[in-house]
Design a protein around this ligand. Sequence first.
Ligand code: ADP
Ligand code: SF4
Length: 689
Amino acid sequence: MRDPRYDILFEPMQIGPVTAKNRFYQVPHCNGGGYRDPSAAAAMRGIKSQGGWGVVFTEQCEMHHTSEITPFIELRLWEDKDIPQLRKMSEKMKEYGALAGIQLAYSGINGPNLYTKEVPLAVSAMPIRTFTNDPVQARALDKSDIRDLRRWFVNAAKRSKAAGFDLICLYGAHGFGIFQHFLSRATNQRSDEYGGSLENRARFVNEVITEIKEAVGDTMGITLRVSLDETIGDLGFSNAEVRDFIEMNRDLPDLWDLAQGTWEDCSGPSRFKEEAAQEQLVRGIHELTDKPIVGVGRFTSPDVMAKMIRSGTLDFIGCARPSIADPFLPKKIEEGRIEDIRECIGCNICITGDMTMSISRCTQNPTFMEEWRKGWHPEQMNAKGASENVLIVGSGPAGLEAARALSERGYEVALAEASTVLGGRVTRERQLPGLSAWGRVVDYREYQISQKPNVETYFDSELDAGSILEFGFENVCIATGAQWRRDGVSRQHVVPMPLDAKMPLYTPDDIMGGTKPAGKVVIYDDDHYYMGGVLAELLVQEGCDVTIVTPSAYLSDWTVNTLEQHAIHKKLAGLGVEIILNHGVAEIAQDHVKANCVYTDTIRNYACEAVVMVASKHENNGVYLDLKSREDEWADAGIKSVKLIGDANAPGPIAWATYAGHRYARELDGDDIGDALPFRREITELARD
Ligand code: ADP
Ligand code: SF4
């Protein structure tokens, strides 16, 4: 049962008029579903309640139509019509005893209002600040606008109460909420009683919290989320000012929710941020207030969590990503099942769902956002079907997740791996600079299957179609992965590019396998995710003189979606890597590459001794195709099904592979659904007129 060292995490604590049953606090986090997928989002929050969280919050909820952040999809509470979908969510949150919280956001300078076409209102008149530099400016709120805005907050608070919530979080962190815009001199350049001194800049938040407390404070706890340091230079709301602000307003909210700086800081990936990275910024704040504090830091270790509470640094352990990777984290600590915790790897794939306005995935938890759409539960698999056994070929993230999940269903599983280790690409990639935490994808699954009597693992077992037919398993799952291409085919080149064979050429697989270039190296990155940048870092460490050439306008450009593009560019520039943007590689010659400008096609030559080709990948689907060509032998061999999954089917990020493995395990022996959609979907109700 529970280790007494963690008892402190299970002590109840009051937040204003309500009491949280323990210290596990799921801070607001996006999910890419929002108002478009309300039932999917509600079910996801409900699972956290079941997993033992004491507090569960929504993501940011746009509280008035004059401030919205289209194209990003969050929640909306613009009118009474929005209440039912939010009530559905609060009911799910409360089902197992969590307090239900709603985060109210007025985006001000961050809301371009592309959908409502309203003129944005901000603390000071300025251009809108988003990820996309929209050509829109905000008008400064005048006194009557401020009165309106205060009323809108009170109205939203009343609607939140009607929707069944226990807690309201006023969003003033990450540069995204109007409260921070008032507090920070960077966004507040007013000369009236709302600008200038800290006391003046704090006037608005004081007024709003007082008025909301009058309206709903008898039954609802009011929390304020601010960043511990705006991290935008001298004008920003610094950690010292945050401390002054809290000391001056020590009892203002019922709880202080302390985020880090920008969203990129607060949700820093493991490549750039350790667990509990904000500890220095938050330490000592407790003494400035009589109210409880929640803080975040990608906490996955119960020892670190208990230390945070015992040392008086925090009262609540705030988690977004750790609660996504393992919604049952509190339950597992409570039941003494620490080794069963599925630790977040800090890859930020979950955030890409929001950034791409799709629906989120999680590398570690493939059931995330599929709780309602597919009825997937993170801790419970469906019952076993008619067949008995499965041969899985390949133990990368796809094969490992399939093995783990199938064993939960009760199948006899044989996992054949050509090499001497489990984990496929993850085992190689975890050795790369900054990616060691990604190894948790393997560690979690390796431990889980080691506990299962119905999984046998076979190493040094490179299978071919012939041996698979001889074994005669009922079901065969081919998860043989992919290999980086050598011929440059990706987006710029759709057929192999001109290459002089005398130029030494390396793929990421070569380098991860220990064959590395030396001297002056050009990395050609037409992949655009992390690999090109990570290899640049590695090769600098190994003493190479590195130039990275990419056709994109940004280095590692897809990492904008994982909030790390800025950090990657900064790091590589700091390491002295020459970064050539907007250039492809037209040709690789004997001793140089010919880089072409993507706009003018002007050629620039870069002399080098080796080239690293980060292009696309070839699927390792040979075994599958051989088996398919011998389909008439399957019945005699006892084979009922053969399926290709993961990178061997179509290469993608690791999250795509764990999802494919999980899906295979869920759907084995399932009913044939024909042409039907394989998930539930919500569509807007049509207006009558
Ligand atoms: P995914 O991301 O789809 O899980 P990976 O490339 O990470 O794919 O993993 C594929 C794994 O399959 C590797 O560990 C590789 O050694 C193994 N593998 C590839 N071909 C065979 C084969 N014919 N027999 C057994 N294992 C194989
Ligand atoms: Fe953690 Fe990655 Fe899952 Fe996000 S997607 S919760 S960062 S493991």
